[in-house]
Design a protein. Structure first.
Length: 273
């Protein structure tokens, strides 16, 4: 599933292509993705021009005068910039056509979303899909003190707390495993047992891991490609993720794998305690 770094890579890649360009046509070929695509969407977008592309967690947000287009890539979706007239591929479900090209959503499993938040409906952050999301990990609001306060009284494992997205958003399975390794924290540790110093280390490790992933174009395990069709390569730099049985890059001991709520967790028993 595309996580925060992959969505951020897509966002940055699309800015030069779509900002302030007038929408000429909208083509909805799959009216039902995870949720129904609003029937009024072509009318809402045609003639408008996106003035900003933002990201909240794993949601891409395109701002128009009349409201916001909300896009989620689901499990295996991609949002690419295509040439005008470029042939369709299987699972190309949604197009926004501009004068210079087409913004095209491809979603084989149809777990993604294309939704509309009208400006008259109130502030975007109050939208039901966004209102309960945690703090952005690359924002000034996220630091060790905030993380320490949020983990008090929480008996769930620290990795599961990170994945939940209600404390900090966008730290998916790869990036939680890698961040905990960098911070030297065992992923099964109950969140309330992570003290202030380790919370500061973990907050820094999360920021460093996500920034490194963005710089590497994200992670491509199966389907992810950026807006220009390029694969990410952060997975090649992982210290523990998907390296079960291989030597730890720091201590040389075999990396272990366990399962937490049906998700694979990779960790080093020597470096993480």
């Amino acid at each position: 599933m595309p996580e925060l770094p992959e969505v951020e890579v897509v966002r940055r890649g699309l800015q030069a292509s779509v900002l302030n360009r007038t929408v000429r046509r909208v083509d909805v070929r799959a009216p039902m993705l995870r949720w129904p695509v609003p029937v009024e969407l072509p009318q809402r977008l045609t003639g408008g021009a996106p003035s900003a592309i933002e990201r909240r967690g794993k949601y891409l947000l395109l701002r128009f005068d009349a409201g916001w287009l909300i896009v989620h890539l689901g499990m295996s979706g991609s949002l690419r910039w295509a040439r005008a007239g470029q042939a369709l591929r299987a699972h190309d479900h949604f197009d926004i056509e501009f004068d210079a090209g087409v913004l095209r959503l491809n979603d084989p499993r149809r777990f993604g979303a294309v939704l509309w938040h009208d400006a008259a409906a109130g502030p975007l952050h109050a939208h039901p899909l966004l209102a309960s999301l945690g703090v952005e990990p690359l924002s000034p609001d996220f630091d060790g003190d905030m993380l320490y306060a949020a983990t008090r009284g929480r008996r769930v494992s620290i990795k599961q707390l990170l994945l939940a997205g209600t404390v900090v958003v966008g730290v998916g399975n790869i990036y939680a495993s890698e961040s905990l390794f960098r911070a030297g924290i065992r992923p099964t540790t109950p969140a309330h047992r992570v003290g202030p110093q380790r919370c500061r280390r973990l907050a820094g490790a999360i920021r460093d891991t996500l920034r490194a992933a963005i710089a590497a174009g994200g992670s491509t395990l199966r389907d992810f490609v950026s807006s220009d069709g390029q694969s990410g390569y952060f997975q090649l730099e992982c210290n523990v993720y998907d390296r079960a049985g291989q030597p730890c890059r720091v201590c040389g001991k075999p990396v272990r794998v366990t399962r937490q709520q049906q998700r694979a967790t990779y960790w080093c028993p020597t470096c993480q305690h």
